[in-house]
Design a protein around this ligand. Sequence first.
Ligand SMILES: [Zn+2]
Ligand SMILES: [Zn+2]
Length: 347
Amino acid sequence: MVETHTQEINAVSCGRSDLLSRARNSLSNFIRSLDSDYFAEGADVVRARAKTVELSRCIPFIALHAACLAAFWVRPSVFTLFVAISLYWLRMFAITGFHHRYFSHRSFSTSRFMQFIFAVWGATSGQRGPLWWAAHHRTHHRESDKENDVHSPVQRGFLWSHIGWITSSANIPTDYSAIPDLTKYPELVLVNRFDWVPPFLLALTLLIVGDMLRLSCPQLHTSGPQLLVWGFFVSTVVLFHGTCCINSVGHIFGSRRFATDDESKNNLALALITLGEGWHNNHHRFPGAARQGIFWWEIDVTYYVLRVMETVGLVTDLRKHPEEAKQPPHKITPPSEIESDKQEIAV
Ligand SMILES: [Zn+2]
Ligand SMILES: [Zn+2]
C-alpha cells in the first residue's frame, strides 16, 4: 500500500518536472523566435539556401498590405493625414540619411549616442535593422548588377529587385563580416537583433495616443484606429515601396551621367519621393559622398537636412564628392578607378 503511494508521488513529481522542462523549452524557443539573429540550423546554412521567392516569407508583406485595406472603413481626419505624411518623410529621411548614407557608407560622422538614436529611428520604418540593411547594401555596391548582387533588376528582373529578394530566407541573416566597423557597438547589434521592436512600439504608441486625443482633443477628429491604420500601416507600406524603388526603378529608368560598371540611373521623380536618393548613378560613381545631387537643380533633401544637422552639431565631417564631378562626363575620372571608391564602403 505504502509502496503504491510512493510510486504515485514519484509519477506526479516526474510529470511536473516534465511539464516544467517543456514549459522552459517553449519559453526559450519563444524568446529565440523574437531574435532576428536566431536560426535553429545556423545562419550560414540559411544563407546558403537557394535564392528564391518563398511563399511563407511573403505572409508578413501580404498581412501588412492587407492591413491597409482597413483604410476603406477608417476615414482619416486632416490631423491623421498630417501624421501619416509626416511619418513617411521622417522615416524616409531615417532610411536615406542613416541606414544608407551613415551606416552603409559612413559618409559623415556622429556621436555614439546619436548613432544609437539614428539606428532606432531608422528601424521604425520596418525595413529590418541598420546592420542588416548596411551589410546588404555594401554587397550591392561591391557586386552591383553582377551575379552576386542581392537585388539587381538586370540579373533577375523588376519584381525580384523590388520585393522578391526580401522574401528569400537566404537573404534574411545579417552578414556581420561585411560590417566589422558597426558590430563593435553592442547597442547597434541589439537593435538589429530585435528589429521588430521599434515599429511595434511606434504602432502601439499611435494606437494609444490616438485614443487619448479622441478623448482630450475631440476637435482633431482623430482616434487610435485612425492613427494606427493611416499613420502606421498605410505610411509604412508607401514608405516600403518608395525605398524599394531605388533598387528596382533606380537601376532601370532614368539617365546616366557616369559610365559606372552597373545600370544605375539618375531619376528626378525618384529623387523627389526618396529625398534625394534618385540620383542613383551619381551615387554609384561617388558612393562615399554624403551628397547625391551634384548640381543645384539635383534636389537632394536628405543632404540639405544633414547640412542643418551639421550646423547644430548633431553630425560632422560630411564627405563631399570631388570638384571634378561637375565637369562633363568625358572629363570625369574613368570607370576603371571606380574600384577605389568601392573600397571605401567596405570599411
Ligand atoms: Zn544601386
Ligand atoms: Zn549606396
